[in-house]
Design a protein around this ligand. Structure first.
Ligand code: ATP
Ligand code: MG
Length: 588
């Protein structure tokens, strides 16, 4: 087996392998989805590709591959074990209605055994067991057998393990086939097999066969386009290739662990493992979220960021760290990962400033809050939602943190009670964010698409009224509103706002068709198309034009013509940092 396979070597091998087979490499998207209201963070390589999996034409063709940074809030509670991180990197390849399983399974086998030199004896795989909707995936099992995986290491599991999607309630989905590495540990029991969480079998790669469309009646129809979507975890794969016991002993985490050992004076060994892992993972994740320009707050992405930092700070205290420390850890993250991720270096100052600010904000109240928690729960077997809300309001304890502390003492805590207490204080934002954790991936609803096109009109209207120095910094769309951030030094006057709104609504009334063209980025720019997320685009790009009025490089999707949007109303305008303004608008 390979010794000391570096992250870069693994990436180069994977991307090189698929480029050789006719794939185009696409760059990693930001951790924060653009124009996708249904989820807070990118959680898989396929996520930025949803429109293309649904059938839109990708400018780079039908075969793609990438290394995508991902964040899984759903895995926060698993962090502390050997192989689950919140932030990790996923290698992936896609066939957008091109090749199918007969080609993919041998490719996976070839890559694992020939490129990575993993002995066949170490590999086992799982296939979909079948249910009332979709038959057992014998086809994939046969393909694995043909490659040389013996029957006894091919397992059939149900929907929970071997089915992906759909993203939202409806949409593309299908059975998958997962590849596991046997660590050589003893089985935890007779039932121990791939899918068991004891750590003997580590899942490293998943091939999803997106063949079905789940309808609103819950039926599974065959899709017009059959896609392949795969994901391989980089940290997990380098861990097994380098024969270490966990992902923390790989190159992108080990120096962080050492830094935490240094700061705390505690060793990375049994009694400290969980705390050190949580701190390392959470602060690495927080650093990347900050690098994508999210700030700690009580809503949406900012709230996740806050939870990550505050939980790390609590575990820091539990390890005995007295001083301010997050900035040093973040410094290590920037130092070791800025080569692949220039956004770390670019936003270094801001990352350090904000992580330290958040730590100080919380560290000041943490011990008081812990004391209060002890007092509230003394001799009791529960903590009430009201009390948890009190800790939240007074000491900045995120609900999940109080819940974790309660669990550690076997105390019960009812989340609904907490929400009730929170509602009474009219702080509904966090719950909104929670809903989104459960919400899964985008299905690009009609409303979101309308808002997306409205965003282009707004962007151009702002430039017309305020001048060409206006640049889009970001946008965020929900089913209720659009939010648009841009550069401009001062508050907009009422007259300016009205004027912008009028221009947008005039363009809507004109019912202008929205046209799509695919062209080289340089051509697009020459032709005057706006492209503000430059580093993300390469070679061929999609350009959306709205008559002669607006022209932007953008992934879509958009309405067919502006009349579909309705009418917009700007209902709020505010600052969002020095030299930056934020606008909220609604469709009526
Ligand atoms: P698991 O069952 O271990 O949680 P998964 O089924 O959720 O994994 P997928 O959604 O199929 O994983 O993701 C594709 C690949 O990404 C996995 O095979 C694994 O290598 C990697 N991966 C998934 N979740 C994590 C995580 N939390 N930390 C590190 N790598 C991960
Ligand atoms: Mg998982």
């Amino acid at each position: 087996m390979n010794k000391n396979m570096t992250d870069k070597e693994l990436k180069d091998k994977f991307i090189g392998f698929f480029v050789n087979k006719g794939h185009k490499e696409i760059p990693s998207s930001s951790l924060v989805p653009e124009n996708d209201p249904s989820t807070l963070f990118i959680s898989a390589g396929m996520h930025p590709l949803v429109p293309y999996l649904l059938g839109e034409t990708h400018p780079l063709g039908k075969r793609l591959c990438s290394l995508q940074k991902c964040l899984r809030t759903g895995d926060i509670e698993s962090v502390g074990n050997a192989f689950h991180l919140t932030f990790f990197r996923m290698l992936g390849n896609w066939s957008l209605g091109d090749y199918w399983k007969e080609e993919m399974i041998p490719l996976s086998f070839e890559f694992l055994t020939k490129e990575l030199n993993i002995p066949v004896e170490k590999l086992s795989v799982t296939c979909f067991a079948g249910d009332k909707d979709v038959p057992k995936d014998e086809e994939t099992a046969e393909l694995w057998k043909k490659c040389g995986i013996p029957e006894e290491r091919i397992y059939f599991l149900g929907k929970k393990d071997n089915w992906w999607g759909p993203a939202g309630k409806t949409g593309p989905c299908g059975p998958d086939s997962e590849m596991f590495f046997d660590t050589g540990k003893e089985k935890c029991g007779n039932d121990c097999k791939p899918g068991c969480s004891c750590g003997k079998f580590v899942e490293i790669w998943n091939d999803v066969f997106m063949q079905f469309n789940k309808t609103s009646e819950g039926k599974f129809e065959l899709l017009k386009q059959r896609n392949i979507d795969t994901g391989m975890g980089m940290e997990r794969t380098t861990a097994i290739l380098n024969k270490v016991n966990d992902v923390y002993q790989t190159e992108s985490l080990w120096p962080i662990v050492q830094k935490i050992e240094d700061i705390s004076g505690k060793k990375y060994e049994e009694e400290n493992l969980r705390a050190i892992r949580i701190i390392a993972d959470h602060l690495r994740a927080a650093t990347f979220v900050l690098a994508d320009r999210i700030l700690p707050s009580n809503t949406e992405q900012g709230y996740v960021l806050r939870r990550l930092i505050r939980r790390a700070v609590r575990y820091g205290k539990m390890l005995g760290i007295e001083k301010v420390f997050t900035i040093e850890v973040a410094g290590k993250v920037v130092e070791i990962l800025n080569g692949e991720y220039p956004e770390l270096l670019k936003n270094k100052e801001k990352i350090f400033e904000e992580i330290e600010k958040e730590e100080k904000r919380f560290a000041g109240t943490l011990s008081k809050g812990v004391k209060e928690f002890e007092k509230l729960t003394e001799g009791k077997n529960e903590i009430t939602g009201k009390e948890a809300f009190f800790l939240y309001e007074t000491y900045g304890f995120p609900f999940e943190l109080t819940f974790e502390m309660a669990s550690e003492k076997n105390l019960s805590l009812d989340e609904d009670d907490f929400k009730k207490a929170q509602d009474e204080h009219q702080q509904k934002s966090r719950i909104g964010a929670e809903k989104k954790f459960a919400g899964g991936l985008a299905d690009h609803g009609e409303t979101a698409v309308k808002y997306h096109t409205a965003t282009h009109l707004l962007h151009k209207a702002l430039r017309n009224v305020l001048g060409e120095n206006v640049h889009q910094i970001g946008s965020n769309i929900t089913d209720e509103r659009l939010r648009f951030d841009f550069t401009y030094p001062e508050k907009l006057t009422e007259k300016q706002t009205e004027e912008v709104e009028k221009i947008v609504n005039d363009k809507i009334s004109e019912n202008i068709p929205v046209m799509l063209e695919v062209m080289d980025l340089s051509k697009a720019k020459e032709s005057g198309a706006l492209a503000f997320f430059e580093n993300k685009y390469q070679e061929k790009v999609k350009v959306y034009s709205i008559g002669g009025f607006s022209k932007e490089v953008c992934g879509g999707p958009h309405v067919n013509s502006t009349g579909e949007i309705g009418k917009i109303k700007i209902y709020k305008e505010e600052s969002c940092g020095a030299g930056r303004r934020r606008i909220y608008a609604k469709i009526s």
